[in-house]
Design a protein around this ligand. Structure first.
Ligand code: 13P
Length: 248
């Protein structure tokens, strides 16, 4: 058995309304959920409070982004203090859509990671290469560079989950093969061993994201260095329960 508790996050992205998310939450609450899996649902900001109030306590709730300071004149932003205030305990940072649609830099993501952790909010920190980078053979360089900007801002790794999400696999239906994902996860763990510590390398959950489905989750979950998933599309469907239980 891995010493690392299996971790499955659902990233609802910019989807749903009170009706559809309420139905999804009822399905999750009624589902048979493995006690060996930590499950966190990433709700749109405006539904964080709603999700926290409706989801069973066994599910964690995550924001999908936050800013790097607690408060101030930053129209449209939310802070880790606000995330905590509604009872959510996690935040997804550095997601590829934040990086590539909204232009967030490694530096900004690092500052957000530092601030969220200093406020006691757990961080699901996302990294991943684009298709041209994979084809150019620089996947390892890209993901270790992104990881360095995150690692430079982490003191306590117990509140961090690293999510490897190859950009070419996100929302494309093109899941990385178990071997492709395992290879990158193993390289990331090696990077953590060399640059942080052996203890952190052995204990940090490295989860995979990118077109994970009920059909692909079991074989991915059987890989030694895959400690869970970050799920987009399928997290909005009852199929999410199958993915949560992939390790069984
Ligand atoms: P999909 O599962 O829809 O490919 O999205 C993955 C993702 O971006 C999760 O954060």
């Amino acid at each position: 058995m891995s010493p690392r508790k299996f971790f499955v996050g659902g990233n609802w992205k910019l989807n749903g309304d009170k009706k559809s998310l309420g139905e999804l939450i009822s399905t999750l609450n009624a589902g048979k959920i493995s006690a060996d899996t930590e499950v966190v649902c990433g709700a749109p900001t405006i539904y964080l409070d709603f999700a926290r109030q409706k989801l069973d306590a066994k599910f964690g709730v995550a924001a999908q982004n936050c800013y790097k300071v607690a408060k101030g004149a930053f129209t449209g932003e939310i802070s880790p203090a606000m995330i905590k205030d509604v009872g959510a305990t996690w935040v997804i940072l550095g997601h590829s859509e934040r990086r590539h649609v909204f232009g967030e830099s490694d530096e900004l993501i690092g500052q957000k990671v530092a601030h969220a952790l200093s406020e006691g909010v757990g961080v699901i920190a996302c990294i991943g290469e684009k298709l041209d980078e994979r084809e150019a053979g620089i996947t390892e360089k890209v993901v270790s560079g992104q990881t360095k900007h995150i690692a430079d801002n982490v003191k306590d790794w117990s509140k961090v989950v690293l999510a490897y999400e190859p950009v070419w696999a996100i929302g494309t239906g093109k899941t990385a093969t178990p071997q492709q994902a395992q290879d990158v996860h193993a390289k990331l763990r090696e990077w953590l061993k060399v640059n942080v510590s052996d203890q952190v390398a052995q204990s940090v959950r490295i989860i995979y994201g990118g077109s994970v489905t009920g059909g692909t989750c079991k074989e991915l979950a059987s890989q030694h260095d895959i400690d869970g998933f970050l799920v987009g599309g399928a997290s909005l469907k009852p199929e999410f329960i199958e993915i949560i239980n992939a390790k069984q």
